[in-house]
Design a protein around this ligand. Sequence first.
Ligand code: UD2
Ligand code: MN
Length: 584
Amino acid sequence: MSGRLHRRLRCCLLGVLTVLAMQLLIVVLVVRFGLIDELISHRLLLQQQQLSLHQLEWREFITHTPDQPHALYQYNRQLSDNLAAVRLLPTTRHHSCNRRRYRLPQASRAKLSVVICFHNEARSMLLRTILTLISRTPEEYLHELIVIDDGSEDAGLLASLERHMTAANVQRGRPTLIFRRNLSRKGLIWSRNEGARLASGHYLLFLDSHCEVNDGWLEPLLERLALNSRLAVSPVLDPIEPETLSYMAGNELLKGGFDWSLHFHWLPRVLAEKEALAQPYASPAFAGGILVISRESFHKLHGFNPHLEIWGGESIELAIKLWLCGGQIEIVPCSRIGHIFRPAHAFEFPLQFGQEQKQKQEKELELEQELERVQLDSAQATYLRNSKIIAESWLDEYKYLFYALKPSARQIPLNLRTVSQPSYDPAQIKAELNCRPFDWLMRHVSPELRLQHANLSALGTLRNADRCLHVAGTEPQLQLQLASCHGLQVTQWHLHQESGQLSTSEQRLCVAVDAAAKQPQLSLEPCRAGQGGQQWLRRNTQLQHAGTHLCLDNPLKDQLLLSHCRPHAVSQSFQFALEIQAQS
Ligand code: UD2
Ligand code: MN
């Protein structure tokens, strides 16, 4: 009797286990082949009665993507083609954001115009950006979508997109669709300004063309904007991994900022007592170039600086302009937008310095070589030129710090083209809007800028006559030498206030002298705290090594050595680009 019961129980248990195992197998299969994503996203589209897969026939649209090498996109294009157009994304914002009810302005007063410009974006990626936006933005707020093709090589893309989207949009009539194509490439700054010129909504969203907005992205932003018309906002950007396209959580403990060379930097956000993680917070700069601003204030500020070319710096300039001219910037952690941060530029940059200029300099062979080097990296040169314009426009007397860190920017001719551009004169904008001096921003918005060099006595290039102290070669064969001061990559130095160390600007290598050696030699060593051999004293324009009391000297062309200090010796006079404070 008990044996039979046993057998039955075993049978039952086996049955239950088999069913469980089968269920597990189904789950694994569904997850493995991404069926869940497909099913949910398909349902999502149909449910929302928006641009359904059927209407848009997007598969047909993306099959016409021209075959291009990976370098053109810098992400996994094949995977992008095979993923659902709108996929389910993980909830990355704090759970309290989901529970909150947002105080939203009336839709008739908060119409949103979205500007997306792109150059050589894969069709599936652009489509995902657009469809995700449409399906995750409350219909009543999404007023118009302005898509600008900035001279992409896939010449048929825009017309085809327009055809499909217009057909899909017939029943809804919303959002208004505007398509434009630049026959030749004009850069993202020109294109975004053009988008803003065409826009008619109350607010502008500038969006990259490889993004996925997450659920509920708009409401937290609108709530803030409605409270304060002088505010411009960024979501927290969630990184999408370029190869796996997996969607990850961005960090709400970071602010946007920039350094004196006008490069964008993340800065730590320090939470005030009782400040919740999900609370909006002020930020010196936007979280990158994805931002929402009222159209009126954008135009009042004269938009993005039209003198900036192709790529880079425009959102930093807008941030400086906003803060100085009565605006504010916030990052809103309850709003999330995914963005593919690509490992390298996915496009070429036009040359910055023309052949003619090179010819002019022909006599000076060296300078010519420098210019060639500059030409090799026109992306850097474009960024440098844009940064120089920003420094000249807004940094007031602090622009010398910028030049100290970017000495080669001095060589870059500006000849600002104004013919086809609307007039843009920072001095006029400052007068018109009663803008504050840059110093105010350092005091009230970005104290990090003040502190950045607080422990330095001097910084920048270190020059004797027309030669600069430079670290040449590659590891482990690095060499200290004198080189032309004009190269883009010429070494930048830091003379530290307390330790007296003379280090490269990333503070890894220090100039050292072995005091115990018979003939003291200069060398490069990893910087180490409390290392006597690495201590230098600033004596007027001389650099005296503390251990040996010898001075840095350049007695013959390109010869670098140590010798007895002779006051007023020209060969021992080394100038930093910027002296900040005397050594203590
Ligand atoms: C960052 C910003 C971007 C912008 C840029 C600096 C984020 C997430 N993105 O870009 O918004 O501020 O820095 O200018 O912070 N494009 C054109 N024409 C061009 C070059 C680019 O239309 O000549 C498009 C491009 O297809 C993309 C957008 O401009 O949609 C931004 O360029 P990106 O994605 O290559 O640069 P990224 O993300 O480093
Ligand atoms: Mn981007």
